[in-house]
Design a protein around this ligand. Sequence first.
Ligand code: IVH
Length: 753
Amino acid sequence: MTLAEAKSRHDDLATQLRHHDHLYYVQSKPEISDRDYDRLYRELVDLETQFPELLTPDSPTQRVSESPIKAFKPVQHRVSMLSLDNTYSQEEVRQFVARVQRIVPNEKLEWTVEPKVDGLAVNLTYENGKLIVGATRGDGTIGDDITANLKTIRSIPLTLKKPEKKASPKSKDESDLFGDSSASSLPRVLEVRGEVYMSRAGFQKLNAERIAAGEEAFQNPRNSAAGSLKQLDPRIVAKRPLNALFYGVGAFEGDLAPDTHHGWIKWLAELGFKTPEKIWVCQSEDELLNAINELDKIRHDFPYETDGAVIKLNNFDLREKVGYTTKAPRWAMAYKYAAEQAETKLNGITIQVGRTGILTPVAKLEPVFLAGSTVKRATLHNEDEIKRKDIRIGDTVIIEKAGEVIPAVIAVVESKRPTSAHPFDFQKHIHNKCPVCGGPISRDPQYVAWRCENLLCPAQTTRRIEFFTARGALDIESVGGIVADKVVERGLVREPLDLFELTLEKLATLNLGTDDAARVFGPKNAEKAIRALERAKTAPLSRWLFALAIPEVGKTTADQLASFHSTIEDVAQSQLLRDVVDYHDKSEEARKVRRENPTLHEQLKAELDAIIQRLTDAGFADRSQGKADGIVTEVGPVVAKSVLDYFASSAGKTVIKRMHELGITPTSQKVEVSKKAGLPFSGKTFVLTGTLPTMSREEASARITKLGGKVTGSVSKNTSYVLAGAEAGSKLEKAQALGVTVLDESAFLKMCE
Ligand code: IVH
């Protein structure tokens, strides 16, 4: 066979295999038997062995890379990945629709409704139809490069299918999709957003295999997908039943693109992506609510878990008009379905000590399958709740679970109460001492919960370490759970930062069993843990802020704090946070003295204005949003005060000092908004089109972002500038039609100076 013949056969085989992959993994409609598929595959492998020059990274044989990687590299998304506001109330959905309509009072709104898939958000970047990089969402700006892992998911195209050229649109829908001409060329750049998930069936099968092999079972399909994507060895990932579907786009550079969400979903399907099971296009609020209810009826038949409906404005130009808050679009909303419930028997009650010492009664249940996982324990909240609900041991109870939250016992089925059921005496059970360390407990009259006062209580330390090492915090999987238990029990660790002083020897010989039946952690696991700890040292600021378990600081607030500060010291001494607290205190004071002391009132008002100005300059407040203080993040006075108090306390000071000694200096990977606000292009959006004489589009984009500007894919009235080069197409025309300023390269470079 000549090289030319081999090349032609290679193209043919690759095309056939891609086609069958698509039929099997995306459409679930295979046309050939596994044997026939394997035969084609084998032939391709043989051909590539004989002619290695034919082997390209997007060949169907190149899905599983043979070499594990050391760590995931950070990648910056071209367009940030936002999150969604959510609600459990249909009334709030109506209010959301009304709010959007108020922003664009003269527009007719069209909505789409689609399933909210319970998986992990990913971003795939394609250049000229080839998959270049695949990443996790990360903090929305920077994610982990998990390309090798994503390539193993066979429904993800490595090469985009060329959309068929349509001579004339066959239906109204098609003409909607691309206007009056047809998009047959592949985009130069396309970021596709979607969700990686594990099907319910895949999850059950994987867990059965793990249990049979003596491995720990995964909690639910979502955790199982997350754990799989985190693997550094793609060969392991390839064995996990992962799948992915796509519902959105980020950056786009190309000639023609759909201008509606529904159009995009259809186009993504044409390009070869798996898209949501069903999508509704709704013309009215009533239609929208009907769609939400319809979805609730059919979603349990989908192969993946869903926890809600995502409502999006269909038209892209309107989306730009409606705009965004710092973390989410104003034109979309997630409606979450009510928690799922199950009935089971309450076999007993134990007391758990949390990371802040709170004693929580936990129900021991007859195992029951609920919302994707087997539940054996559920929280009973506190002593008063047990009394109020009259929960007795032996009762049949109703438990509830919504998304990520811990299952809870919500009621008793009294009609099923056996005569043997008996009440639980909380006080008697704990004998006035911590059930774990035996230390003193107290009950603050303001709170319903009892609390263990011993800061060195091993249960508290263990919980703090679990929190510190958990996903979302520092993600040191190998040191959570049983290892956390044992390092505390053996006195090696008394607070999370002690973990960084563990040595390889100490960990390798750590006994995870009992004194009688020892089971050591072993050198291999110890090495893995040490490596994970080393990696954690360089985790971004947002993760550290979350991991430190500062009161009032959750995941979102930690992300937001990090995006406004560069280092932990910056947060500790933040003028921004002091301003937030001051604003609150001074406005209270101003309100009080308004009548009696007009002079002081005036003075306070001037001070308040100065504070607001500083907060606005920093991008932290925006008074046009309607709120008095205009704060656009979740960091209000309560959070700000709690953060400042924490770092001013001796515990907080010790943490900072020790982090320094350990050489841990987390930084924020985001460009500070405070700096951004002072940058020449802040608040400006650019659209690039055509070929520039001396710069690549990447260079131009990088300069714009560096100077505080944003690059978007389509021209609208809100576009500040269109940077146009040779052979600029429809975007230039649109810019001219809308009166948007058009720059050539030299004008742009002048502006950059
Ligand atoms: S749209 C700017 N659509 O939900 C819009 N998200 O709570 C951002 N998700 O991070 C996302 N199904 O991981 C969108 N059909 C869907 C979705 C969906 C699941 C996830 C996604 C996102 C999270 C936000």
